[in-house]
Design a protein around this ligand. Structure first.
Ligand SMILES: NC(=O)c1ccc[n+]([C@@H]2O[C@H](COP(=O)([O-])OP(=O)(O)OC[C@H]3O[C@@H](n4cnc5c(N)ncnc54)[C@H](O)[C@@H]3O)[C@@H](O)[C@H]2O)c1
Length: 700
């Protein structure tokens, strides 16, 4: 027996499940048996007394959970950080525990009033004393960790809990003597699991399965080589015994009804100090500023959700709500993250939402030099579709050539910034790294405009026929408007347009002057010409809808013939190709670019098999576009979406809702998704345009 270890317990005189603050309490209000609880607690007390000195804190009426002394606070040496409970239901326990610590000679530290930290329930020392594992996500805030590091002069390793059944770190994680660790990995996010694996060698990790986890096997009291727990499977018991532990099982079913077991019912109050360990915490915090229609445009929600989803935490420092209809709101939010890497991930996405990192003075963007052509320095800022500015020599400079997935090259002498693809980076160029001094400038739409001018008034995921008709009506109206204003519309199209009978309608659109550029691949051109030269599309008779004998060879014959002509244009000029989408492009002098792919037959002489060249052709045709119609080609539409900055209207038509959602995920103001058959869509569009045109001619 080791009598050096002292453990604090609280008799269950007032214990009951009086409220629900975790999933285990659900359905268990007043369902625990008082007698059984007393008996089980006594058994645990006896089991621990065999190996340690047990001290008691007097139970208080009205604080039924005080029995769970693990949440009294966190102790190291003669210092105690008293808990700040997250739920008001438990906050009444704080003064009792504080009084006990003070009465027993501890120097007590108290966190700010609204900064939750639930003691040793969420903070467990590595049993070798090397560092403190600290949990956050449900009860304790990440922002409490730097206080622990400073006050206790220890290293704090933050772990994020993600399964609400394991709401405290000690419900799923138990450091054991000898550097062993008993834990349930699915209770943690991926980053935390990585951290655990980096710190604890594989042979010391004792991973448990769900059945043991829900029996609170991790909620164990470890005293030297003894592990006291509620219940274990035979297999886990054997694994623990194999590495030298003695398992003592003592049923605690009455306490499980409140979401606690052995460890929750105890607090070790003489944690030894290791002199060589000193304060260290990787938690980073910074303040961001948000401005705009933060509530009704959902920006505030999105910002706070993404901070938590990526693994950080936040505190809204101030929020000024715009009072007038037209006024905007602004907010300062403190963001904390368990590491620099996670902070960067969070900041990148917040910048996309329009947030600005708020420092005493606005810092210039950090840059690093390109040392190898076509390769950026690590840690470069990856661009988005949103207009971006970077801080250079204390001035905001607008980034030119905005597109997604590029790097920003700045020239401080000319005060310029350009969005560049990795392959275009040259040695010596200065690339923006990190997230400092970068902001995106999103247009703040007025409330009135948002109501009436929203392009996607139907939103993505349109399905019913009537709704498709309504969307088509609006698209027709937009197309007409752009044509009148001599604007530019680009179509990206896949071969399905032809297979579904939409070729004639697309030809009509081009002929009537609604289309100013066509982007596609080998297939759209091949199948369009196959249809117009041989009456089939992929060998299927387009009039009868049945396969033609030997028809599968048709498209190859067409490719071969066009190859003989040398180009589609030559075939049109020679009078060989007389109708169809490609014919109209040539006739109307509409630029087109056919980007090659690995599955292309032939290819056609016009198909650009040098993909870098094809991307450049696409980009140049897209320049100055007002609207892009993306018709059933996932490959080309995604390519186009990536090279198009925000602010350009997009219509994505596809039968697969997932493709539509992906492509129209640019904010509702500028993109609309239509889930329907592309042939049907084009035919409705032509009907609508005809209707609009005849209405106009009637009124003239
Ligand atoms: N013979 C050839 O040379 C040949 C043939 C086919 C494809 N390809 C090439 O392969 C690449 C990819 O081709 P892709 O663009 O056809 O394929 P893709 O998979 O990128 O896109 C096809 C899209 O059409 C959608 N779709 C299917 N039926 C639809 C319908 N009835 N209405 C609306 N949407 C519908 C699908 O959901 C899908 O998103 C291209 O480069 C293309 O040129 C070449």
């Amino acid at each position: 027996m080791s009598n050096t270890i002292r453990i604090l317990m609280c008799p269950p005189d007032h214990y009951d499940v009086d409220y629900v603050i975790n999933p285990w309490m659900e359905g268990n209000i007043h369902k625990s048996s008082k007698d059984r609880a007393v008996e089980q607690w006594q058994n645990l007390h006896n089991a621990i007394k065999d190996h340690a000195i047990v001290e008691l804190v007097a139970p208080a009426k009205g604080s039924p959970d005080m029995v769970f002394t693990a949440n009294a606070g966190l102790v190291l040496g003669d210092k105690a950080v008293v808990s700040r409970f997250y739920h008001p239901e438990r906050q009444g326990e704080e003064p009792y525990f504080k009084a006990w610590f003070e009465g027993n000679g501890f120097t007590v530290y108290e966190l700010p009033k609204d900064l939750p930290f639930e003691g040793a329930g969420d903070a467990l020392f590595d049993r070798e004393g090397r560092w403190l594992w600290a949990g956050y996500g449900f009860r304790s805030e990440l922002d409490s960790h730097p206080y622990l590091a400073e006050w206790l002069d220890t290293e704090v390793v933050s772990l994020r809990l993600i399964d609400e059944r394991f709401y405290h770190l000690d419900t799923c994680f138990c450091p054991l003597s000898g550097g062993y660790l008993l834990y349930y990995p699915p209770a943690f996010d991926a980053y935390s699991n990585q951290i655990i694996e980096m710190r604890v060698p594989e042979e010391k990790r004792i991973i448990i399965d769900e059945p043991d986890a829900v029996n609170f096997a991790c909620n164990s009291v470890n005293i030297n080589s003894v592990v006291v727990m509620n219940k274990t499977s035979v297999e886990l018991k054997q694994r623990l015994e194999k590495v030298g532990f003695t398992v003592v099982q003592t049923t605690l079913s009455e306490f499980l009804k409140a979401g606690g077991a052995a460890k929750c019912l105890t607090l070790r109050v003489n944690e030894p100090i290791r002199e060589e360990v000193h304060a260290n915490v990787s938690v980073e915090s910074r303040v961001i500023h948000l401005e705009g229609h933060l509530l009704d445009a959902g920006i505030m929600n999105q910002a706070l959700d993404l901070i938590v989803e990526i693994g950080g935490s936040f505190r809204v420092l101030n929020f000024n709500l715009g009072i007038e209809r037209q006024s905007v709101s602004n907010a300062d939010v403190r963001v904390s993250a368990p590491s620099h890497q996670i902070m960067e991930d969070i900041m990148t996405q917040l910048i996309e939402l329009g947030a600005l990192s708020k420092t005493e003075e606005i810092l210039n963007a950090k840059t690093e030099t390109v040392t190898m052509a076509g390769v950026s320095p690590d840690d470069f800022y990856v661009t988005t579709i949103y207009p971006t500015e970077v801080r250079v020599n204390d001035q905001w400079v607008k980034v030119q050539g905005q597109r997604m997935d590029g790097a920003i090259v700045v020239d401080p002498t000319t005060l310029t910034a350009d969005c560049k693809l990795l392959r275009d980076l040259r040695v010596g160029e200065q690339v923006v790294v990190d997230v400092e001094g970068i902001r995106t400038t999103r247009k703040v739409e007025s409330r009135d405009k948002r109501g009436t001018q929203e392009f996607s008034f139907m939103g993505a995921g349109v399905s019913s026929e009537r709704r498709v008709e309504l969307v088509v009506e609006q698209i027709a109206w937009e197309l007409r408007k752009i044509k009148e204003q001599k604007g530019k519309v680009i179509v990206t199209a896949g071969p399905v347009v032809i297979h579904t009978g939409g070729g004639q309608h697309l030809s009509h659109l081009i002929r009537a002057g609604y289309v100013h550029g066509l982007l596609g691949g080998n297939a759209i051109a091949v199948h369009d010409m196959e249809q117009n030269l041989m009456g089939t599309s992929l060998g299927v008779d387009m009039k009868k809808g049945i396969p033609v004998r030997g028809g599968h060879r048709h498209h190859l014959k067409v490719i071969n013939t066009i190859r003989r002509f040398g180009s589609i244009k030559n075939a049109v000029e020679a009078g060989y190709l007389t109708k169809g989408v490609m014919y109209e492009c040539v006739k109307q002098n509409i630029p087109f670019s056919l980007a090659g792919s690995i599955r292309d037959d032939g290819p056609l002489p016009d198909t650009q098999m040098d993909l870098i060249k094809a991307q450049q052709d696409y980009a140049s045709i897209l320049e100055g576009t007002d609207m892009i119609l993306m018709l059933s080609s996932m490959l080309h539409s995604i390519g186009v979406g990536n090279m198009t900055p925000a602010g350009i209207k997009m219509v994505c038509v596809d039968i697969n809702p997932a493709v539509v959602t992906k492509l129209s995920d640019r904010g509702s103001v500028e993109s609309v998704g239509v889930v329907t058959d592309v042939g049907l869509f084009l035919s409705l569009l032509i009907q609508q345009l005809d209707k609009l045109n005849s209405a106009v001619s009637l009124t003239v």
